[in-house]
Design a binder for this molecule. Structure first.
Ligand SMILES: CC(C)(COP(=O)(O)OP(=O)(O)OC[C@H]1O[C@@H](n2cnc3c(N)ncnc32)[C@H](O)[C@@H]1OP(=O)(O)O)[C@@H](O)C(=O)NCCC(=O)NCCS
Length: 167
């Protein structure tokens, strides 16, 4: 009885985690992400995805594809090693298809980005979130980031949560 219960919990947990392939973002992927961003964010959001993040800062930009669903693209990460401080890996934007959230996709994208950063000699990760974005706040804390509110981060009175994690 006890082992049946244990197995059913394990089955439930493993079925949540999706088989995926994470690879470098191409121009086709970038175009796709731009086309779905408003839908994935639930409102106008294309302003978040400036082309510089792909063309000039996209060396470590990543996409996640579901293995079992015809390689459908289900997530992306736009991040880079900071040109002003190569010890910092900065994650600018991460987004997961709404039907595939809480299945470990964001976690895996961060892990792949972290591996790339470690190889590049990065010592610390940094990410920014708007105050009140509860999902992003919890996600970053679950991944071991420490968050602090900076009241003037984005200019006078424009507060942001600043997350950091030492590698
Ligand atoms: C935030 C976001 C990237 C998380 O991606 P995800 O693939 O769903 O996250 P994961 O499945 O890897 O979650 C890892 C852990 O983070 C925490 N977490 C993630 N989303 C959470 C949520 N909505 N509420 C509470 N905790 C959450 C959990 O602890 C989770 O582990 P668990 O599911 O075993 O409890 C995703 O919800 C998203 O794309 N949101 C819209 C865009 C956005 O806000 N991006 C971040 C700012 S740029």
């Amino acid at each position: 009885m006890k082992s049946d219960l244990g197995r059913s919990i394990r089955d439930r947990l493993s079925s949540r985690v999706i088989g995926m392939n994470i690879r470098a973002m191409t121009k086709g992927d970038y175009d796709y992400v731009v086309s779905v961003l408003d839908r994935w964010w639930g409102g106008p959001s294309t302003g978040r995805i400036e082309p510089i993040l792909f063309y000039e800062l996209g060396h470590h930009a990543l996409v996640a594809e579901a293995e079992e669903e015809g390689c459908e693209r289900i997530g992306f990460l736009l991040g880079f090693v900071a040109p002003t401080d190569p010890a910092v890996g900065y994650i600018h934007l991460v987004g997961i298809h709404p039907d595939h959230r809480r299945r470990g996709v964001g976690n895996q994208l961060y892990q792949s980005f972290t591996d790339r950063c470690t190889k590049a000699g990065v010592a610390r990760l940094k990410a920014i979130t708007t105050v009140g974005d509860d999902a992003s706040d919890r996600f970053h804390r679950a991944l071991g980031f420490t968050g602090q509110k900076d009241p003037d981060y984005a200019g006078p009175g424009r507060a942001r949560l600043v997350f950091t994690k030492d590698l």
